[in-house]
Design a protein around this ligand. Sequence first.
Ligand code: F6P
Length: 349
Amino acid sequence: MRIGLLTGGGDCPGLNAVIRAAVRTGVADGHTFTGFRYGWAGVLADNAVELTIESTGGILTRGGTILGTSRTNPYSNDADGTALVRATLERRAVQALIAIGGEDTLGVAQRLHEGGVPVVGVPKTIDNDLGGTDVTFGFQTAVQIVTDAIDRIHTTAESHNRVMIVEVMGRHAGWIATHAGIAGGADAILVPERPFDIDELCAQLRRRHERGRLFSIVVVAEGATAREGSALAAGGGPVARVAATDAFGHARLGGIGVLLEHEIESRTGFESRVTILGHVQRGGTPVAFDRVLATRLGVAALRAIAAGRSGVMVGLHGNAISEVSLVEALAEPRLLDPELYETAELFFG
Ligand code: F6P
């Protein structure tokens, strides 16, 4: 079988480990691989490379994706994405696709499946907010990067008696903020699932100062919003950095931390500083957990596609890798477990 492979959406540590695992397992079983460059853009433009054992050697530990990625949507502007994709696959005699991506890439995969193109999905996002899997690869790496950053910020916060605001990724869900916040000992964590009240946050920081703790760490997810009816509710995040949205209609977020720096300092009088970690969280080598998970998912995706299955996504459920339908995986984003946030809250203030 000739199998197509692509990575779409934001990159994520572990993508190369998936590619390597699928190709290594598949070649051993007699399959051949076409890697499309830059996600769906490479399929539309027929930009592809042959993937072999040799060309995928030595990439297990590498961050990013050797195939490149983009946020291209084949169905943009009412295009018949299925026909466009099918044309390239036929030209290259590609019989089935493995699409590695998040909600947008996998949404395209589902439409292709409905149109009769055999496709299996592999879930990817550092945000960890995809349904149909207990966890996505890349998330642990991002949590470790943020935790290391908080540890460093801690010492400078303490030296200067400052409120340090650490803005992290997390468009719909506060998984990174909450995990890294717990691991780094944050004094407050603001997440999209729990709109915040700036007055309550400032009161919490003041109480902490009254107890003699003269510095604080506030972790905020980029998608956090002010609670309706509270101060800042109009314009209280998430902050869109540019007016334009991407091909899937998503705003470019970032900057809620800057607003908080200003509001906290002006309301409490405590000197405040923001650090926006941004794409640092997505870069570099994956931690061991993500390498293992990505490898298992790559092998499972290969087995699923080689067995003729389509419209499914492989995911981690408990300790086992199993398949769910793409429809089920994409039905709802996987939001923060309330119990986890309540654990984090025990250590606030
Ligand atoms: O992959 C998800 C994500 O990391 C979001 O948390 C973030 O909003 C977005 O990607 C940023 O994407 P880009 O790389 O296009 O700026």
